[in-house]
Every structure is written in structure tokens, then in C-alpha cells.
Write a protein that binds this ligand. Structure first.
Ligand code: ADE
Ligand code: ZN
Length: 329
């Protein structure tokens, strides 16, 4: 089945990670930046493992230097996502990449991105919200700067705060100040955990940061008590199966725990994370779920309704998204 027409919500998409390699090469040419070693012989991003992926990601970001670069990238990503049937997307933005954590610079980047999002919504009907994302391996002080940037610019467009990066660095509790700052500003909270590190990372994150959602969280499946806790608390997992497989967490789609988590009552949603890095797109993920687990259109509708309920957006936006899902069934 071709899922391009199925209306979809995507809650976990890194803006830089969604940069098509051609786009990166074009910007590199324009700015005379050497991206040597970043691509394989077919022109795709090349990396050996999770830690190398994070390095390649950082290097790819070197071509993104101005608010205009980010505006162009936003427009390109939203055009592609809309073509894949995505009606709502939450994009992860980092003040660390957008202005180095400086509030004034961040405000300029955010304004340019918001303008591009408004244009894309008018043209393609796709709604975007932004989630400021601290980068864990840059440490708690940088995360505080990111949280301050998020708190100062929280509003109708900037609606969430989270953390990505290397979850094996530091302890979740080191980032409690940043999450508390974002919580006080009224932002929705999410954090990567249980992707590269095990169930204990998810447990620590729940205890120390109290997010409503977890990015990935799939390794919680190794601990039945934790699975029960997630189900009981209604914590939503932003599951990105293709990303996990590309990074070597699971050997193939059938081995992925998303269906087991869902059967245990955990709220799961589907996203692509960094699609060109992982050779994926959202309709492709849906097709693999249908193939591996027999998911039917009604399963995807139910999952997208859960995503709408968990989206970091206001009530009117949520109601409009639910209506679009309803109209398509
Ligand atoms: N940053 C971008 N993609 C990421 C991922 N899958 N895990 C952690 N940090 C990331
Ligand atoms: Zn991610």
C-alpha cells in the first residue's frame, strides 16, 4: 500500500537531520565549504555508528550559517513532508546551531523559520510547530542557554522543549534546571532516552525531567516494569523505527519493539528523526509497519489521533488536526 495520501502527524524531526544531501552540497558550494568525507559514493550521508552519525550530523550543520539558510531549509523540508501526506510536524531546532546559544541571534533564526513555516502552511496546508532542543553532549550549561532561549520565545509557534544528542553523556538530572525553566514557560517537554542507552536511561529521564513524551524510548521494551509504568502514566513515545534500524539497534523491521510496546498499552507515534540520514520517509515507515505487523488503516488513524492528543499545540490547532484525520476516514 502507498501511504502518501494517508494524513500523518510527525512529532520527531530534527531540522538539520532532515537536510537533503543535495541541499547541503549546494550550500557548501555557495559558501566554498569542504564537506569531504561526509558522503558515500552515491552521495548519501555516510557514517559508521551512532557516535559517528552525531559527528557527521555536526559537520553537515556547518553549511547552515544564517537565518536565511534555515528559512530555505524549512521551506524545502515542509514541501517534501506535505508531499508525503504530513499535515502537522514538530521540528526540533537548536539555539546551539542557530546562533550559538545567543538569544538575539536565536530570535532572528526563529523569526526566519517561522516566516518560512507560515508560507509553507499557506502553500501546502502543512502546520509546523517548533521544539527547542538542547544537545546533551554539549553539557548542562549549554542546555540552560537553550532553555532560556526557548522560554524567551515561547508562544504559538515555539511550543516545546527537549533534549537530543548523546544520551550516554552525563545524567538526566544534570539537565533538570533547563527542563524546569522550560516547564515554567509553559512549554511541552520531551527528551531523547532509551535509544542508545538502556531502560535505566528512560527511568532516570522520567524521574528527573518529567517529560510528557520520550524521543525513541524503545529500549524500555527490555524492562516489563518500565513498560507498565509508561502505559500507566500515558507517556507518549516518539518512535522512529527506520532510524533505529539504520543505527543498528535492531536487525530488521520485524525485530523492532514498537508493536510489542503498543500491544502493552504504551502510546506510540511514528516519526522519521533524520530521514535522509536513514534513507527513510514517513510513508515508507508506515508501509514497513503494515508489512511487519499487519497494521491496518484504522491502526494508523488511532496512532495519529494519539499524536494529535500529544502534540505541543493549542486546542484550536488540535481540533483542526483531529477533524482532518476524521475527514480522511
Ligand atoms: N540528533 C539528531 N538525531 C539524533 C538521534 N537519533 N539521537 C540523538 N540525537 C540526535
Ligand atoms: Zn531524534
Amino acid at each position: 500500500m502507498d501511504f502518501a495520501e494517508t494524513p500523518k502527524l510527525e512529532l520527531h524531526l530534527h531540522i538539520e537531520g532532515a537536510m537533503p544531501p543535495d541541499f547541503a552540497r549546494r550550500l557548501a558550494d555557495e559558501k566554498d565549504i569542504d564537506l569531504g568525507g561526509l558522503f558515500d559514493d552515491r552521495g548519501a550521508y555516510a557514517y559508521r555508528d551512532f557516535f559517528h552519525f552525531l559527528q557527521v550530523y555536526d559537520k553537515a550543520c556547518s553549511v547552515l550559517q544564517t537565518p536565511r539558510d534555515y528559512a530555505r531549509l524549512t521551506g524545502e523540508i515542509l514541501r517534501r513532508s506535505a508531499g508525503d501526506g504530513v499535515i502537522y510536524t514538530e521540528m526540533f531546532l537548536s539555539p546551539d546551531f542557530c546562533g550559538g546559544g545567543d538569544l538575539g541571534a536565536w530570535q532572528e533564526y526563529l523569526a526566519a523559520i517561522e516566516e518560512a513555516a507560515r508560507t509553507a502552511e499557506a502553500r501546502h496546508g502543512i502546520v509546523m510547530r517548533a521544539v527547542v532542543t538542547a544537545v546533551r553532549h554539549l553539557g548542562p550549561e549549554q542546555a540552560k542557554s537553550a532553555a532560556r532561549c526557548a522560554a524567551e520565545t515561547a508562544g504559538a509557534f515555539l511550543t516545546g522543549f527537549g533534549m537530543a544528542g548523546d544520551e550516554t553523556r552525563g545524567r538526566a538530572g544534570d539537565f533538570a534546571w533547563a527542563f524546569d525553566c522550560a516547564r515554567e514557560a509553559g512549554l511541552g517537554l520531551t527528551s531523547h532516552a532509551g535509544e542508545w542507552a538502556g531502560p535505566e536511561s528512560v527511568r532516570e529521564t522520567l524521574d528527573a525531567l518529567r517529560p510528557a513524551r520520550i524521543g525513541h524510548g524503545v529500549r524500555a521494551a527490555e524492562d516489563p516494569a518500565l513498560v507498565a509504568r509508561l502505559a500507566e502514566a500515558g507517556t507518549v513515545l516518539e518512535v522512529c523505527p527506520g532510524s533505529n534500524i539504520a543505527l543498528g539497534l535492531y536487525p530488521d523491521w520485524a525485530a523492532h519493539p514498537v508493536a510489542r510496546l503498543r500491544a502493552a498499552g504504551v502510546k506510540v507515534t511514528l516519526s522519521t528523526d533524520d530521514p535522509p540520514f536513514f534513507h527513510t520517509r514517513l510513508p515508507f515507515e508506515y508501509a514497513r509497519m503494515a508489512e511487519a505487523f499487519g497494521w491496518e488503516p484504522a491502526d494508523f488513524t488511532e496512532m495519529n489521533r494519539a499524536a494529535a492528543a500529544a502534540a505541543f499545540c493549542d486546542a484550536a490547532t488540535r481540533a483542526a488536526l483531529l477533524k482532518r484525520l476524521e475527514d480522511a476516514t
